[in-house]
Design a protein around this ligand. Structure first.
Ligand code: C2E
Ligand code: CA
Ligand code: CA
Ligand code: CA
Length: 277
C-alpha cells in the first residue's frame, strides 16, 4: 500500500505542482499589474435586432503580456477570485468602463451604454454598491448608462445577501443582465428575485441553433417565456447570418457576436461605430 501511495504520488504530483506553480506565478504578477494599470478593456457591441442600432457595448478584460500575447479572462479571473484580488480588479474594471463610456457620450455617442461583467465574489464584502456609485460619480456617468452582467450558475449561492444588494443597485437605475442563461439551475420566475431585466442566452445554444432542433426549441421557449415576464433577450456568440435570421424570427431582441465584431480596443470600437452610422 505504501508503494502504491508513493507511485501515485510520483505519477500525479509533478503535473499538479506545475499547474499550481503557474497559477501562483500569475497571482504574484497580477497585483502589481493591476496597480500599474497593465490590464486593458476590449469592447464588443450588442445590436438591437429590431432597429439595427448599437445599443450597448460589453467591456471584456484582457491582460497583455510583455511579449505581445494576452492572458485571457477565463484563465486569470478564477485565479483573481481564489487569490483575493477580484475586488480590486473588479473595481478597476468598473472605473475604467465608466470612464470610457462617459468619454464617448461627451464626444458624439451620447446614448452609449456599457455592460460590465461581475464576479459573484464581488458581492461578498457588501461594498459593491459603493464601489459602483464611486465609479459612476467619478466618471460623471448616469446610472442608466450602466449594465451589470452576472453569471446565472453562480447566483444559487448566498442568494439573500446578493438579492438585497441587487435590489439596491437596480433601484439606482442600473440594468441587471443574467449571463450564460440556460447553463445554470435557476428558472425564469426566480430571476425576478434578482431584479434582472435582461437574459443573455448562452453561446452554446446559439452556436447550434441552425443544426439542432432541440436547441432551437429551447431558445424559442426561453425567448417566449422571457417576453411574457417582460425580460429582454440577448443572444451571444452569433457568428453567421443564418443564425441571426433564425434568432430574429424567434423574436430575440438583441444580438452580439463575431458576425458584427470581435471584442476590440476602445479606439477601434469608435471607428467601427462611426463607420456604421
Ligand atoms: P462572457 O461574459 O460570457 O463573454 C463572452 C465571451 O465570448 C467573451 O470571451 C467573448 O470574447 C466571446 N465571444 C463573443 N462573441 C463571440 C462569438 O461570436 N464567437 C465566439 N466563439 N466567442 C465569442 P472572453 O472575452 O474571453 O471572456 C470570457 C469570460 O471571462 C467572459 O464570458 C466573462 O465571464 C469573463 N470576463 C471577461 N471580462 C471580465 C471582467 O471584467 N470581470 C469578470 N468578473 N469576468 C470577466
Ligand atoms: Ca458577459
Ligand atoms: Ca456569456
Ligand atoms: Ca461565459
Amino acid at each position: 500500500a505504501k508503494e502504491d501511495g508513493r507511485n501515485t504520488f510520483h505519477h500525479y504530483h509533478p503535473q499538479l505542482d506545475k499547474a499550481s506553480d503557474e497559477k501562483f506565478k500569475l497571482l504574484q504578477l497580477m497585483r502589481p499589474a493591476i496597480r500599474a494599470n497593465k490590464f486593458i478593456l476590449n469592447y464588443q457591441p450588442m445590436i438591437d435586432l429590431t432597429t439595427g442600432d448599437q445599443c450597448v457595448v460589453e467591456a471584456l478584460l484582457r491582460w497583455p503580456q510583455e511579449d505581445g500575447s494576452f492572458v485571457g479572462p477565463d484563465q486569470f479571473i478564477p485565479i483573481a477570485e481564489q487569490g483575493g484580488l477580484i475586488n480590486e480588479l473588479g473595481a478597476w474594471v468598473l472605473q475604467e468602463a465608466c470612464l470610457f463610456c462617459a468619454q464617448q457620450r461627451q464626444t458624439g455617442l451620447e446614448n452609449l451604454r456599457i455592460a460590465v461583467n461581475l464576479s459573484v465574489m464581488q458581492f461578498k464584502d457588501g461594498c459593491l454598491q459603493s464601489v459602483i456609485e464611486h465609479a459612476l460619480s467619478s466618471a460623471n456617468l448616469p446610472a442608466e448608462a450602466l449594465e451589470l452582467e452576472l453569471t446565472e450558475s453562480l447566483l444559487i449561492d448566498d442568494t439573500e445577501h446578493i438579492q438585497k444588494q441587487l435590489l439596491a443597485i437596480s433601484q439606482l437605475g442600473i440594468t441587471i443582465a443574467i449571463d450564460d442563461f440556460g447553463t445554470g439551475y435557476s428558472n425564469l420566475g426566480y430571476l425576478r428575485n434578482f431584479n434582472a431585466s435582461k437574459l443573455k442566452i448562452d453561446r452554446s445554444f446559439v452556436r447550434s441553433i441552425c443544426t439542432s432542433k432541440d436547441d432551437e426549441n429551447l431558445v424559442s421557449a426561453i425567448i417566449g417565456m422571457a417576453g411574457n415576464l417582460g425580460l429582454l433577450t440577448v443572444a451571444e456568440g452569433i457568428e453567421d447570418k443564418a443564425s441571426l435570421e433564425k434568432l430574429t424570427t424567434l423574436g430575440c431582441d438583441i444580438g452580439q457576436g463575431y458576425y458584427w465584431s470581435k471584442p476590440v480596443a476602445g479606439d477601434e470600437l469608435i471607428s467601427l461605430i462611426s463607420k456604421e452610422s
